[in-house]
Design a protein around this ligand. Structure first.
Ligand code: SF4
Length: 239
């Protein structure tokens, strides 16, 4: 009898409307190697906690929502960072594709096992790439890591030419300025297959979770980002 890989799932959203085209089943996976200052899911950072499931159990759950999926939706693997459980993710992607389900990963492009990346991209219909920062200094400041991994992931993305949605959180005093937006526009030009660009206004709604987990919240003195201004910046990237 086939043994299915096991992994750790944080939660499942059955009516996701923002993480990919149409209605999505969103699988939030445990584990992340970044520590983004604006992260509102610090409870996903640790890999081996929460619900242990086999790939088959996850995909069976996804299949239950087939009527939505048949309306043009699909499954999105998010997190945390889905690439942290690379082998488990790959098995689920393969099973979904075999079942005719549209697959998407919502990723920062980090934390992966390089041995699985080519296949992961092969079985992924859409990549939502969360850009954290576009230069080493700010990337390090915002995530605690250097850009080596994300740059390698981007090189792989270009080879595979996956369809792409690009996202970036706009944080007051950090990247909410015209100079940054113009540089971001240039950075985005390196990608060929971009279907959508979204700027997400920073909000501090996750702050309470930090208190509960006894983790210092680094953006304590930063206000929420003005949504209208964020939209204006977003439109600048599209024109
Ligand atoms: S990559 Fe996502 S889950 Fe990881 S720290 Fe950043 S925002 Fe949080």
């Amino acid at each position: 009898m086939k043994e299915f890989k096991e992994g750790y799932i944080h939660s499942v959203e059955t009516m996701g409307l923002v993480d990919g085209p149409n209605i999505r089943i969103v699988i939030f996976m445990q584990g992340c190697i970044l520590r983004c200052s604006f992260c509102h899911n610090p409870d996903t950072w640790v890999k081996n906690i929460n619900k242990k499931m086999t790939s088959k159990e996850v995909v069976d759950l996804v299949r239950k929502y087939r009527p939505y999926i048949e309306l043009g939706g699909g499954v999105t693997f998010s997190g945390g960072e889905p690439l942290v459980q690379s082998e488990f993710l790959l098995e689920m992607l393969k099973m979904c594709k075999k079942a005719g389900i549209h697959t998407c990963i919502d990723t920062s492009g980090t934390g992966y096992d390089i041995n699985f990346i080519d296949d992961i991209l092969k079985y992924t219909d859409l990549v939502i790439l969360d850009i954290k920062a576009i230069d080493e200094e700010n990337y390090k400041k915002l995530t605690g890591k250097n850009m080596e991994q994300v740059n390698m992931f981007i090189a792989k993305l270009k080879q595979h030419n996956n369809k792409l949605w690009l996202r970036q959180v706009i944080v007051p005093t950090i990247n909410d300025n015209l100079d940054y937006i113009l540089k971001l526009k240039e950075y985005i030009n390196q990608f060929e297959n971009v279907e959508k660009i979204e700027l997400l206004p920073y909000h501090n709604m996750g702050k309470e979770k930090y208190k509960k987990l006894n983790i210092k919240y680094k953006l304590d003195n930063i206000d929420d980002m003005d949504k209208d201004q964020c939209k204006i910046f977003e439109n600048m990237l599209k024109n």
